[in-house]
Design a protein around this ligand. Structure first.
Ligand code: S3P
Length: 183
């Protein structure tokens, strides 16, 4: 994927649920001295309720509108690490915005590892199905090309620790921006 001639100095993380966006993202922010922002948290704050409640009360389509408008609200940012919800890439307009926002890194992991990670809590409304394993498989297959379309770099987190993933992201971001940081 090509990137815009002038882009903001942010690192943007996309990827399926359970690929480690938040854990790696916090570490990257710490290493670079950037602010960490999570679009799910932003949506919750702006809506005044948590994500499961938004889905339960207003449905997925409404959540997607809130998510898109949260992303729009970040357009002015600099020196942030922005971790996005797993479905942020679904809308083409969002993918375009992500690209304008900064250096986009996609995280992937094997379906087995994703399933293992997401099974540890029940905070994800889209996985509250009769057979979450099949749901993960189907969603993953449908979305994988979208993460690749949005990202300039894909990193497989299956066997990597969050610290290893964060180091890869920091090094790639420095090259992408030709930054001279000491982080
Ligand atoms: C979603 C992923 C979640 C959250 C919402 C929908 C998705 O974020 O935005 O439950 O569609 O994949 P995480 O990827 O941080 O779990």
């Amino acid at each position: 994927m090509s990137h815009p001639a002038s882009r903001h100095a942010n690192v943007v993380l996309v990827g399926f649920m359970g690929t480690g966006k938040s854990s790696a993202g916090r570490l990257v922010a710490h290493k670079l001295g950037f602010q960490y922002i999570d679009t799910d948290q932003l949506v919750s704050q702006r809506a005044g309720m948590d994500i499961p409640r938004i889905f339960a009360q207003n449905g997925e389509a409404h959540f997607r509108d809130l998510e898109a408008s949260a992303l729009e609200s970040l357009a002015h940012l600099e020196r942030c690490v922005i971790a996005t919800g797993g479905g942020m890439v679904l809308r083409e307009a969002n993918r375009e915005r992500l690209r304008e926002l900064g250096f986009v890194v996609g995280l992937i992991a094997s379906e087995a590892v994703i399933f293992d990670r997401v099974s540890r809590n029940s905070r994800r409304p889209l996985l509250q199905t009769d057979d979450p394993r099949i749901t993960v498989q189907e969603m993953f297959a449908a979305r994988a090309p979208l993460y690749e379309a949005a990202a300039e770099l894909m990193i497989d987190t299956t066997t990597r620790s969050p610290a290893e993933v964060a180091d890869l992201i920091v090094n790639a971001a420095r090259q992408a921006f030709a930054w001279q940081t000491q982080a």
